[in-house]
Design a binder for this molecule. Structure first.
Ligand SMILES: O=C(O)COP(=O)(O)O
Ligand SMILES: [Mg+2]
Length: 231
C-alpha cells in the first residue's frame, strides 16, 4: 500500500473523481438534443461516459453526425455547458472536502489534472472555490499532449515541486491510470466515479481501487490520518 517515498502531493482527475460533474454535463447534452429535436438520453446512459469528454457525449447523442456537423454539435454542446450549466449541480464527491482538508492540514499539496479544456476547467474550479487551494490545475490543453500521455502529469509534479514518486494520482478512467503510470506516480482508481465495469478497471494496473474518497487517507503520511481521526 502506501508509497515508499513519503507522499507530498495528491493529484485528482476532475470529472468523476474530484467532482461529480455528470448532472450538469447531462443537462447540457439534453439541451442540445432539445435544440436538435431529438429525444433526450437518460442520465444513467450519459453518466458513465462523462470522463470520456464532450466529444464522447456528443457521439453518444448523435451517432450519425460526422465531419463538420459533428464539430458544430460538439462546440455547441461545450458552449451550452459553459454558459448555462457549468456549476449548477456540480459538487465535490461526498467525503472529498474532508479529504482535501486532511491533505491541507498535513501541509501536503493537492492539485488537478483533467482532460477538460482550460476554458471550462478554470471557471469551474473558481466557481467551486478551489482555485486558491489547488497547487496546480492542468487542463487537457495546458500541454501539447493530454492524458494518457504523461506530459500533463509531469507538469503538475513540477508545479507542485514534487517528484512523480512522491505523488499519488487518483482517476476514474483508464487514460488516467496510464498517464500516472507513465509519469511514475502512484495511482488509484476511483470506483465511486463514472466507471461502469470495476472488473475491467482492475486490469488497468493501478496500485489499488477505492470505493470512497476516505480510502485515500491511508495513503497519506501518518499525521494526516491522526488529523482526520480526531475530527
Ligand atoms: O472532459 C474530459 O475530457 C474528461 O475530464 P476528466 O479528465 O477530468 O475526467
Ligand atoms: Mg474522470
Amino acid at each position: 500500500m502506501p508509497s515508499r517515498e513519503p507522499l507530498r502531493t495528491v493529484l485528482f482527475d476532475l470529472d468523476g473523481t474530484l467532482a461529480d460533474t455528470a448532472p450538469d454535463m447531462h443537462a447540457a447534452l439534453v439541451a442540445l438534443q432539445r435544440e436538435q429535436g431529438v429525444p433526450a438520453l437518460p442520465f444513467e446512459t450519459v453518466r458513465n461516459q462523462v470522463s470520456n469528454g464532450g466529444a464522447a457525449l456528443v457521439r453518444l447523442a448523435f451517432p450519425d453526425a460526422e465531419g463538420d456537423r459533428f464539430e458544430t454539435l460538439r462546440l455547441r454542446f461545450l458552449n451550452l455547458y459553459a454558459e448555462h450549466y457549468l456549476c449548477l449541480e456540480t459538487r465535490l464527491f461526498p467525503g472529498m472536502e474532508t479529504l482535501l482538508q486532511a491533505i491541507e492540514n498535513q501541509g501536503l499539496n493537492w492539485g488537478i489534472v483533467t482532460n477538460k479544456p482550460a476554458w471550462l476547467t478554470d471557471p469551474l474550479v473558481r466557481a467551486m472555490d478551489l482555485h486558491q487551494r489547488a497547487v496546480t490545475v492542468i487542463s487537457g490543453d495546458t500541454t501539447p499532449q493530454r492524458k494518457p500521455h504523461p506530459m500533463p502529469m509531469l507538469l503538475a509534479c513540477e508545479q507542485a515541486a514534487c517528484q512523480p514518486a512522491e505523488c499519488l494520482y487518483v482517476g476514474d478512467a483508464e487514460r488516467d491510470i496510464q498517464a500516472g503510470r507513465a509519469a511514475g506516480t502512484h495511482t488509484l482508481v476511483a470506483l465511486y466515479g463514472y466507471i461502469d465495469d470495476a472488473q475491467a478497471a482492475a486490469t488497468w494496473g493501478a496500485d489499488a481501487a477505492i470505493d470512497h474518497p476516505e480510502q485515500i487517507l491511508p495513503w497519506l503520511p501518518a499525521e494526516s490520518r491522526v488529523g482526520i481521526a480526531s475530527q
